[in-house]
Write a protein that binds this ligand. Structure first.
Ligand code: SAM
Length: 298
């Protein structure tokens, strides 16, 4: 065996151990949860056309998602369902192809579904729908992305690929610019960002979760001007660029969702006043029935 192969095997075993430890801790934690908290728990009624419905009614290719992802996808993809217009979706990480078929079942008719996987076997998966397409290559290979996705733009991008912190960051930097206005960039399985076998660690500057936490400051870029001189230029540039495009960052257990503005924020948000005393104040713009609000959010 070559040195590289030995390294791959060692990494594989370390990852298995990391996930086993995670499972054990999870059971322990769950057992410790007090009943009071559980009293508020309820079941979700699986409605027709909901995400739960699309996930559970899978009689085709294997798909792998965690329990909380059902709720997260049901909530965040609802606006795309309500608009009922075809969407372009990209998922990094095809595996057996089940999730690509899931998007096809769940999203509006005629949506275009694209998957990327490093495993060349994924090219041979037989999908039941023509609007599903698979590209084989690495989502962290800039040349592969440039060659294949130069003119591709997506409404939804999901990173369910290697889950290695450096790959997650490289993919985000390459693909976030390819998100359409109002689009969502969704990163799954972020628990791996705490594992050294995935290039992460708790509070490590190199971990994907810490990288994402740092992006929060782009939302409030206007308010950090006076600290700029103490920060690396690259980071300032990134925050400034994202400030115009990044509308929100939502964190869940293992998942992060980054939402793009509907239109570029090329000015600061306005301060509107309504109600008693508004007319006599010079604090901001007056708001009345005819006020038109620019649509920044989906
Ligand atoms: C967790 S599985 C994907 C599961 C699938 N999305 C689902 O929900 O059923 C991860 C996949 O990512 C692929 N992968 C690993 N590294 C990758 C990379 N650098 N670029 C693209 N795909 C990668 C693996 O081959 C594997 O099929």
């Amino acid at each position: 065996m070559h040195f590289k192969q030995v390294q791959l095997v060692i990494n594989f075993i370390r990852r298995k151990i990391d996930s086993l430890i995670y499972m054990d801790n999870e059971d322990f934690e769950l057992a410790a949860v007090k009943d009071k908290f559980n009293e508020n728990c309820d079941y979700v009624h699986v409605k027709k056309n909901s995400f739960y419905d699309a996930y559970m009614n899978n009689d085709s290719l294997l798909c792998h998602k965690w329990e909380q992802y059902m709720h997260i996808y049901n909530k965040h993809l609802q606006p795309f369902k309500s608009e009922n217009k075809p969407v372009n979706i990209l998922e990094i990480g095809v595996f057996k192809g089940g999730s690509l078929e899931l998007w096809n079942r769940y999203l509006p008719e005629n949506s275009k579904i694209i998957g990327i996987d490093i495993n060349p076997d994924c090219k041979n998966i037989e999908f039941h729908n023509k609007n599903i397409q698979v590209f084989t290559g690495s989502a962290s290979d800039k040349n592969f992305i440039e060659e294949n996705f130069k003119n591709h733009y997506f409404d939804i991008i999901i990173d369910d690929g290697s889950h290695i912190s450096s790959d997650v960051i490289t993919a985000f930097e390459a693909f976030f610019p390819k998100l359409n206005p109002g689009g969502l960039y969704i990163i799954e399985d972020l628990h791996t960002s705490y594992w050294s076998s995935y290039g992460g660690d708790f509070l490590s500057k190199k971990s994907s979760i810490e990288y994402l936490k740092r992006l929060i400051d782009s939302l409030n870029f206007k308010y950090i001007q006076k600290f700029k001189k103490n920060l690396p230029l690259d980071y300032i540039r990134q925050l400034s660029t994202l400030n115009k495009e990044l509308a929100s960052i939502t964190f869940y257990d293992s998942v992060c969702i980054l939402e793009k503005y509907m239109c570029k924020k090329s000015r600061a948000f306005k301060n509107y006043l309504s109600g008693e005393g508004a007319a006599y104040s010079d604090l901001g713009m007056l708001c009345n029935k005819d006020t038109k609000f620019e649509r920044f959010f989906r």
